[in-house]
Design a protein around this ligand. Structure first.
Ligand code: HEM
Length: 399
């Protein structure tokens, strides 16, 4: 992965610089100098890269930019992402009206009020995990023992997937999200997950429960393959994202002790703090892809029909015109206009759940582990540069 080549042209994805929380320097430079610019992708194809907050919202909010990966010109970030998206289509990669029809079947499940009702249950899960983690030890890997199992347990509960199978789908999710997985591994993980979910959906016909998969089966509107594709999207998006955000947030707070103390002193800051951490860390880090369906001007540049566009969320979330001193973590700023959950019709469906889980996870950790600290030097932490969702592989902590 390179940044700015001798010719001055950019390749994407670009590498991060010395600060593992900051976007690649090449993206930040592009935002300041050439905010709508051509970049070269892994297969030598080119697309437009958009880095300013205002322009990213303009593209993602305009349905003339399609999210359909089957349209010619759609920019893929790696061979793996291409295999993954064309293998099994979920509504993430559909345009309206099909997208809206599918998404509508789930909107009630993720409405703020519905999700808030889960608060006591999510709190209980967080407490149980910390009870177990701290019972007879004073150090642990926070990813394995808390950050990952918390959202995993919650999404299993919502979908009606047995948590006993979490090892199976976590392993396959990892393969799907890893840029270094081989195409063969991707196809295999994909088909095993779809087979698993298709079997589960068939089983719900005779053994219904109150989970989402059972309800979709009972509604009878979707084919078993469509239910499996939807289940896969929710299962992968539901645990990998929040897990990485939780661990990375804890690390960012440990690196910003003044902010950490503020949050400990005033737990009422938690809602705003989570928004700021979402902005500052922007774990969907390699860009959202779209393709123009007609000629459209963005930031003064005409993008022709059939040309691909890559919206760089982490660059947009540090755009000074939207967030002053954007490079600083400031838990008391108003960060609500961030685009960490995307923008427009595809804006994250699970965001109320992600917010709830993050608020509870961080608040519980801070309240129960007042002596929390890193158990390895910061330099030894391994970041997930080569994963679709950014984070840390492990987070050894002591208390
Ligand atoms: C911190 C956690 C999360 C982050 C940062 C995040 C980020 C995102 C982003 C950026 C998109 C937009 C993709 C695009 O426009 O191409 C998205 C879409 C989506 N997310 Fe999340 N997400 C998170 C958690 C979750 C959770 C917990 C769930 C479900 C349980 C979820 C389910 C979805 C779904 C279903 C979509 C597709 C929406 C659509 O196409 O209409 N996400 N997410």
């Amino acid at each position: 992965m390179t940044t700015v080549e001798e010719t001055g042209s950019l390749t994407a994805p670009a590498s991060r610089g010395s600060c593992p929380f900051a976007p690649p320097p090449a993206y930040e430079q592009a935002r300041e100098e050439t905010p709508v610019t051509r970049v070269t992708l892994w297969d030598s194809s080119q697309c437009w890269m958009i880095t300013r907050h205002e322009d990213v919202r303009a593209v993602l909010g305009d349905q003339r930019f399609s999210a359909d990966a089957n349209r010619p010109g759609f920019p893929f970030l790696s061979a793996n992402r291409k295999a993954l998206t064309t293998d099994s289509a979920s509504f993430l990669r559909m345009d309206d009206p099909e997208h809206a029809r599918m998404r509508r079947m789930l909107t009630a499940d993720f409405m703020v009020k519905k999700v808030e009702a889960l608060r006591p249950e999510v709190q209980r899960i967080a407490d149980d995990l910390l009870d177990r983690m701290t019972a007879d030890r004073s150090s642990a890997d926070l990813v394995a023992e808390f950050a990952l199992p918390l959202p995993s347990l919650v999404i299993c509960l919502l979908l009606g997937v047995p948590y006993a199978d979490h090892g199976f789908f976590q392993k396959r999710s990892r393969v799907l999200l890893h840029d270094r997985s081989t195409l063969e591994e991707i196809h295999q993980a994909q088909s095993e997950l779809v087979e698993y979910l298709t079997r589960l959906a068939a089983d719900k016909q005779s053994n219904p429960d109150d989970g989402i998969i059972s309800r979709l089966v009972a509604q009878g509107e979707l084919s078993p393959a469509e239910i499996a594709a939807m289940g896969r999207l929710l299962l992968v998006a539901g645990h990998e994202t929040t897990a990485n955000m939780t661990a990375l947030s804890v690390l960012a707070l440990l690196r910003n002790p003044v902010q950490l103390v503020r949050l400990r002193e005033d737990p009422s800051l938690i809602r705003g703090a989570v928004e700021e951490l979402l902005r500052y860390l922007t774990i969907v880090h390699s860009g959202l892809s779209r393709v123009a369906t007609e000629d459209i001007t963005v930031g003064g540049q005409t993008i022709r029909a059939g040309e691909g566009v890559l919206c760089i969320l982490n660059a947009a979330n540090r755009d000074e015109s939207a967030f002053s001193s954007g490079a600083d973590l400031d838990l008391e700023r108003d960060a609500r206009r961030h685009v960490a959950f995307g923008f427009g019709v595809h804006q994250c469906l699970g965001q109320p759940l992600a917010r709830l889980e993050l608020q509870i996870a961080l608040q519980t950790i801070l309240a129960r582990l007042p002596e929390l600290r890193l158990d390895v030097p910061f330099e030894d932490i391994s970041f997930r540069h080569d994963m679709a969702i950014y984070g840390v592989n492990t987070l050894p902590v002591a208390w």
